[in-house]
Design a binder for this molecule. Structure first.
Ligand SMILES: [Zn+2]
Length: 207
C-alpha cells in the first residue's frame, strides 16, 4: 500500500491541483492580490483584493469580486488594454451568479465564475462612461473593427471592445451589438483553465 502511494506520488497521480497552481502562478506573475475562496460550481474561486493589470474592479455593493482564476488571469492581462484607452476603473455589476442564460435552460457561465458584466468604465481623462449611454451600436465590420465613432466615449468603448475581442483572452466578449440582453454592459467570459493550452487563445471571440 505504501509502495503504491509512493508510486502514485512519483507519477504525479493524485495531484489534480497542478493546473490550479499554474493559474495561481499566472496571477502572481501579474502582481494580482487575491485569496482563495469557495463558491459552489466554481472550479478555482479567487477573491480579488486589488487591481487587475492596473485597473480597479469596483463592486456594486459590499460583495468583493469572486471569480474563477482563469477569468482573473484574463482580466489582469487585459488591464493594459483598458489603460491604453484611459480606463483605470471598471465598475462591474455581476460576477459569480447562479442563473440560466436568459430564455434558455442552459447555465450561464456566471454560474461557474467564468463571466463578469461590466456596465461602467471610468478614467481620469475620459470620465465616467456607461455602456448603455456611450457605446455606439453598429460600428465596424470584419475588416475595420472600430469604424467611425462619433464621440470620444464611443471611441474609447469601441476600441476597447475590439482589443478585448482580438486579444484571444476571452471566449466571449458580448456588447450591445450582440442582443438586447446586453444593451447596457459588456459580458466578458473566459474559458475554464483546464481548456486553455495557453493564456491567450488564437480563436476569435464572439462579439
Ligand atoms: Zn454576463
Amino acid at each position: 500500500m505504501r509502495r503504491a502511494l509512493c508510486l502514485a506520488t512519483i507519477l504525479g497521480l493524485g495531484a489534480p491541483a497542478a493546473a490550479d497552481d499554474r493559474c495561481h502562478d499566472e496571477l502572481a506573475a501579474r502582481g494580482v492580490s487575491w485569496k482563495p475562496a469557495r463558491r459552489s460550481g466554481v472550479a478555482d474561486a479567487v477573491e480579488i483584493r486589488g487591481p487587475l493589470g492596473g485597473v480597479a474592479w469596483t463592486p456594486p455593493g459590499r460583495e468583493p469580486l469572486v471569480i474563477d482564476c482563469s477569468l482573473a488571469v484574463s482580466l489582469a492581462e487585459a488591464g493594459r488594454m483598458f489603460r491604453a484607452v484611459g480606463i483605470t476603473e471598471a465598475r462591474w455589476s455581476s460576477g459569480y451568479s447562479v442563473r440560466n442564460v436568459r430564455g434558455t435552460d442552459h447555465r450561464s457561465k456566471h454560474s461557474f465564475g467564468l463571466a463578469v458584466d461590466l456596465p461602467r468604465l471610468v478614467g481620469p481623462d475620459v470620465g465616467a462612461l456607461a455602456v448603455a449611454a456611450d457605446f455606439e451600436p453598429g460600428l465596424g465590420d470584419a475588416v475595420d473593427c472600430v469604424g467611425q465613432p462619433m464621440t470620444q466615449g464611443g471611441a474609447v468603448l469601441k476600441v476597447l471592445q475590439c482589443q478585448l475581442v482580438r486579444s484571444g483572452l476571452f471566449y466571449l466578449v458580448l456588447s450591445p451589438d450582440y442582443d438586447d440582453a446586453h444593451h447596457d454592459h459588456f459580458h466578458l467570459e473566459a474559458r475554464p483553465w483546464s481548456q486553455r493550452p495557453q493564456v491567450t487563445d488564437a480563436r476569435q471571440a464572439i462579439h
